[in-house]
Write a protein that binds this ligand. Structure first.
Ligand SMILES: Nc1ncnc2c1ncn2[C@@H]1O[C@H](COP(=O)(O)OP(=O)(O)O)[C@@H](O)[C@H]1O
Ligand SMILES: [Mg+2]
Length: 431
């Protein structure tokens, strides 16, 4: 080749090579910058996750935990290596409203719905959290994993329980006079029956003494004395009207027994009621709960209210029974307050497809719409100081809706009355 041509070609190649080199240099520079940016973004993301107060867990499509933040580890007492790569089901609490072992259920939860559930901590304790989850999908619309966000509710729960307990105590305080009266009444007739019974015993003792002397005379074959004692015996029996006396004794004992039972029941109901019912939900008989609550509030109602009970044959409900009884008490006392002179309270229990329902209807004064709008607000009351705390319905709403996933509905019409309907979700107790 002509050296001049070759040289030209070489120069051309060199120029091309320079250009390629330049492009390469630019590209690798871009790559470096992009890499740096990605690292920065990654660190930024990690920082966000680390400093989140809420507990964050991200799983893959098999519910295996991929990402877990510091707040979760601290709340549940886990180390990262205890939990990373494990199934989300290690946090599941059996019977909770969300099943953490079920990926389909988790991915179908509406993100806007937050629910109170419990996470199982490393030491086995159940920690209440406000939980929400959302599903992640890839470009092909395949499930990629689940993002779970939870907020620790322990302190809030503790305060809520304290408030619940003090509201309960306040309402018992308001009912105390009535309960005392309910106890005092049977105690009054038990006391008077005991007085009569001891008089009867005195009389019977006189009879027994005469019998004893008669027995002794007969044993000594002292017929004359025996005859005299027999006459005395007959006369005393006639004076005492022994037939009536024996019948009356039976009646007095039965009546006292029934009274003592009533007192025992009220005291027992009261004890059950005032007990702070923490712990897990159990299956409870709603009709029996209504009856024991009626026992406590009866004195508030009995002078002005006729009670119409229509209990359905309903299955047991998974609930915090004491709290549900507290709701009944609030509704019944409110119904009693709304009836100024004479009226009726109708209590009905029945079953719907997904709920067990209790309706408490009163023929009281009803509420205007501006009151009805506010009744579930804490401390809202239209009553005088000492008569109402304004907490009854807000607590009841919390118990029914937040703690049990149920509903508390109200309908009211001025001068006609008010109906409260409580609905609790039906859960099968067949294992
Ligand atoms: N059955 C009812 N009939 C009429 N008004 C009612 C009834 N139940 C509740 N209310 C109204 O709702 C308010 C709030 O009730 P609640 O939260 O139980 O507090 P409180 O009874 O201490 O006032 C009452 O003050 C009353 O005005
Ligand atoms: Mg009330």
């Amino acid at each position: 080749m002509d050296p001049v041509v070759a040289d030209k070609r070489l120069t051309r190649y060199k120029t091309k090579l320079d250009a390629v080199e330049k492009i390469l240099e630019d590209k690798s520079r871009e790559l470096f910058l992009a890499n740096q940016e990605e690292q920065k973004a990654n660190a930024y993301l990690q920082n966000i996750i680390r400093s989140m107060q809420s507990c964050l867990i991200v799983t893959d499509a098999q519910c295996t935990i991929q990402v877990v933040n510091q707040a979760t580890l601290e709340l549940l007492g886990y180390e990262l290596q205890d939990i990373e790569g494990k199934s989300l089901s290690i946090l599941n609490v059996e019977g909770d409203s969300i099943d953490l072992t079920n990926i389909e259920a988790l991915s179908s939860i509406d993100t806007l719905v937050r629910q109170e559930i419990k996470y199982r901590a490393k030491n086995g304790e159940k920690v209440p959290v406000l939980f929400s989850s959302s599903a992640m999908y890839d470009a092909e619309d395949q499930l990629n994993g689940i993002v779970c966000v939870a907020l620790d509710l322990s302190t809030y729960k503790m305060l809520e329980n304290q408030l619940l307990q003090s509201e309960k105590m306040a309402s018992i305080g308001q009912l105390a006079a009535g309960v005392a009266h309910e106890i005092n009444n049977p105690m009054g007739f038990i006391f008077s029956n005991l007085g009569t019974l001891s008089e009867y015993v005195e009389d019977i003792l006189v009879l027994l003494e005469t019998y004893k002397s008669l027995e002794e005379s007969v044993a000594k074959s002292d017929l004359e004395n025996a005859q005299a004692q027999l006459t005395k015996l007959k006369q005393t029996k006639k004076e005492l009207d022994l037939g009536y006396l024996l019948g009356d004794i039976k009646e007095l004992i039965e009546e006292s027994h029934e009274g003592a039972n009533r007192v025992r029941k009220i005291v027992l109901n009261l004890k059950e009621f005032s007990h702070s019912g923490q712990g897990d939900k159990t299956f409870a008989n709603i009709n029996a709960g209504l009856d024991s609550t009626i026992n406590i509030v009866w004195n508030e109602l009995k002078y002005k209210v006729t009670l119409d009970k229509d209990y359905g044959d309903i299955p047991e409900v998974l609930c915090h029974a004491q709290e549900i009884n507290q709701v009944f008490m609030n509704l019944l006392v409110n119904a009693g307050h709304a009836i100024k002179e004479q009226g009726e309270i109708k209590i009905r229990t029945y079953e719907e497809e997904n709920y067990i329902c209790v309706s408490i209807a009163d023929s009281g004064e009803g509420m205007p719409p501006d009151v009805q709008r506010r009744i579930f607000e804490p401390f809202f009351t239209t009553k005088k100081i000492g008569e109402g705390t304004g907490l009854g319905l807000s607590m009841s709403y919390q118990i029914v809706a937040d703690k049990h996933g149920g509903e508390l509905q109200v309908e009211s019409e001025i001068d006609v009355g008010t109906v409260f309907i409580m609905k609790l979700p039906k859960v099968s107790n067949e294992i």
